[in-house]
Design a binder for this molecule. Structure first.
Ligand SMILES: Cc1cc2nc3c(=O)[nH]c(=O)nc-3n(C[C@H](O)[C@H](O)[C@H](O)COP(=O)(O)OP(=O)(O)OC[C@H]3O[C@@H](n4cnc5c(N)ncnc54)[C@H](O)[C@@H]3O)c2cc1C
Length: 311
């Protein structure tokens, strides 16, 4: 199996890691890859496609039955901070637009997204392993019902994560039943689907060669090794039910760069990160984590990992 990756536990803990290179060969491989991408969310998908397009024999390991992470399994298919991004994200948006999958500005149909992400992988010659309630209309007769916010669920506490997933689903079912009971336009309402897992904003992060700081956000940081420019605001969500749903915490962010060094592990020369798990503090994470940036970071490290592995 895996030529260059060891550390299944690290990969499991922090899903968007990339391994490349020749270290860590103590694990006996049964199949070999140049680059292994763990986690097929926006960052992992982009990393894997970029790597495969560079000619690297690439594995993409995803625990769910579809790619996309928050875009698909999380049913949050609203792409934020896309405007100044080119590359794969721009290609993906164009492909989705061709199929009429855009429901509202940069809000996409999750099923079309699953199909598009698979198609990009196939075209690259690679296949994956397999606050406030709001209600808004996306098309005539189609309404998105976005409810439930679970607070203070640590990313590494499996029991709490499970309990909150069950509680969230129960709450959504209760709300759907209550709406149905109102009759009228709600009479025939059915709950089609709930996300297959809770979305988690803050997970583990890796220590990189550089850690993005709040000062970087405030000072409009520019780096020679920039991989993407973040234009999204500092979107701090309440950490418990008694806090404000979200605020900027007094931080007026200006467009700032993410340097490649924040995506390179400080401790392993063949390990890269992209998306939520890159090296950065709480304040910058509240801004760079959205999916437009995640995809751009993934594409950058996918290319880098492929080049590193192919020598
Ligand atoms: C409730 C909520 C709402 C949000 N709203 C928006 C929004 O509207 N727009 C926006 O752009 N961003 C939004 N964000 C932020 C954004 O979703 C994340 O920061 C973004 O998804 C990060 O991308 P990613 O690829 O790093 O991670 P994810 O999208 O979380 O993808 C990680 C992938 O790794 C997989 N994985 C995890 N563990 C393993 C394992 N052990 N083995 C294999 N695979 C594994 C997962 O199944 C998943 O597919 C929201 C976040 C949350 C929590």
């Amino acid at each position: 199996m895996i030529k260059r990756a060891l550390s299944a536990s690290a990969a499991a803990a922090c899903p968007q890691f990339l391994f490349a290179g020749k270290e860590n060969q103590s694990v006996k491989p049964a199949r070999e890859f140049d680059v292994i991408v763990c986690g097929g969310g926006p960052a992992g998908w982009a990393a894997a496609v970029a790597s495969a397009r560079k000619g690297a024999n690439t594995a993409l390991i995803e625990q769910q039955g579809c790619l996309g992470g928050i875009w698909t399994s999380g049913l949050v298919c609203l792409i934020l901070d896309w405007r100044n991004k080119g590359g794969l994200l721009r290609e993906l948006l164009a492909a989705l637009d061709k199929t009429g999958a855009q429901d509202a500005p940069h809000l996409y149909d999750p099923e079309a997204m699953k199909f598009a992400l698979d198609s990009f992988c196939a075209a690259a010659g690679m296949s994956p392993s397999y606050s406030s309630p709001s209600l808004f209309q996306i098309r005539d007769g189609w309404t998105v019902f976005m409810v439930n916010h679970e607070f203070a669920v640590p990313c590494d506490d499996a029991e709490m994560y499970t309990a909150h997933t069950v509680a969230a689903r129960a709450e959504i079912n209760k709300m759907a039943a209550a709406l149905r009971a109102l009759g009228g336009v709600w009479k025939n309402m059915r709950l089609a689907l709930t996300a297959s897992h809770l979305g988690i904003r803050e997970g583990r992060r890796l220590r990189g060669k550089y850690e993005i700081t709040a000062e970087d956000v405030a000072r409009e940081a520019r780096f020679e090794d920039a991989v993407c420019r973040v234009e999204y605001w500092t979107d701090i969500h309440g950490l418990d039910a008694s806090s404000r749903a979200f605020s900027d915490g007094g931080m007026k962010s200006k467009p700032y760069d993410i340097p490649m060094r924040a995506l390179e592990s400080a401790d392993f020369s063949n390990l890269y990160m992209a998306g939520r798990c890159i090296s950065g503090g709480f304040i910058p994470h509240a801004s760079y984590r959205v999916t437009g940036n995640a995809a751009a970071m993934g594409e950058a490290v996918g290319k880098k990992a492929a080049a590193r592995s192919l020598g």
